[in-house]
Design a protein around this ligand. Sequence first.
Ligand SMILES: NC(=O)c1ccc[n+]([C@@H]2O[C@H](COP(=O)([O-])OP(=O)(O)OC[C@H]3O[C@@H](n4cnc5c(N)ncnc54)[C@H](O)[C@@H]3O)[C@@H](O)[C@H]2O)c1
Length: 318
Amino acid sequence: MNICITGALGHIGSKLIRNLSIDNLEKVYIVDNFLTQRYASLFDLPDGIDFTFYEIDVQSKIMKSIVEKSDVLVHLAAVTDAEKSFERADEVEKINRKALEHVADLCAEKGCSLLFPSSTSVYGTQEKVVDEDCSGRELKPQSPYADSKLFGERLLAELADKKGLKYVTLRIGTIFGYSIGMRFHTAVNKFVWQASTGRPITIWTTALHQKRPYCDLSDCVRSLNFFINKNCFDNQIYNIVTANFTVQHLVNVIKKYLPEINISFVDSPIMNQLSYEVSNKKSTELGLTYQGNLEAGIIDTMLKLRNVNTGIKMRTTT
Ligand SMILES: NC(=O)c1ccc[n+]([C@@H]2O[C@H](COP(=O)([O-])OP(=O)(O)OC[C@H]3O[C@@H](n4cnc5c(N)ncnc54)[C@H](O)[C@@H]3O)[C@@H](O)[C@H]2O)c1
């Protein structure tokens, strides 16, 4: 099997390309335009896998020949900073909508199965634990980023009807955990970065007691391998969530190891997004196992930053 991974040098992709566990894997086409400058993600790629790197935009004409020779395309390329997406709406439109359309059209035309990482942020505010049966009317994305993910989900359903596209949509919770191409925009990673570099943890006003869905990076990568190996491109949506936590819980775990940290409350354009909890029942019933652990993920990232000298000591025992 040949697979193409777009946005492969990012937080998720850089871990995936080091942990591919795919039956009969022949060639891996890595596509990334260095929008986020993650050059280090190309360091020390594992031996024994036939990688080819394309430094191109996913909207490039070259994508046609890459999709033509791929059985599966994992489309990770996107603008991913939800908070900043308010001021980057044009870029979100171009990359998360237009470029997805381009790639999905090629997949439909060439018979390549598409794995689309959506986000649990399409649920927005919800009163009860939500699952994939939540109706379209009940979805309440709260940022241009989350809107673009919902747009993507609907676009793929349309292309499946009209052009026979085979795809699967994974609504992934907020990722935590280390990879060489990791980013620090999202809750857990951002808090660990702030705490480990001697800054106060910045929490959106009202967010402390809100519950949100999170996904351990290892669980995310396990799910990508799982859906590809199972050839599960059934045009359905699956939530990929390790667990739901309050922000207070995240802070408590970090404080166990960095007890001197302070908290500072800040405003955010997405702070009106209230609590929501997301079920992973559908993906577990399919056979996916979740082995992630918040505390282990936090410690792992903290240890990478342990020698950043801020004067704040990390506790090694609790
Ligand atoms: N990290 C999360 O918490 C999370 C949660 C849910 C869904 N997702 C989705 O998973 C995917 C990957 O997320 P991530 O955290 O690895 O993102 P990331 O921002 O770390 O990586 C995205 C990569 O895409 C590349 N890229 C962007 N635009 C491109 C273009 N036009 N052409 C080629 N490459 C381009 C960037 O250079 C970067 O390496 C995204 O679609 C994201 O929306 C992520």
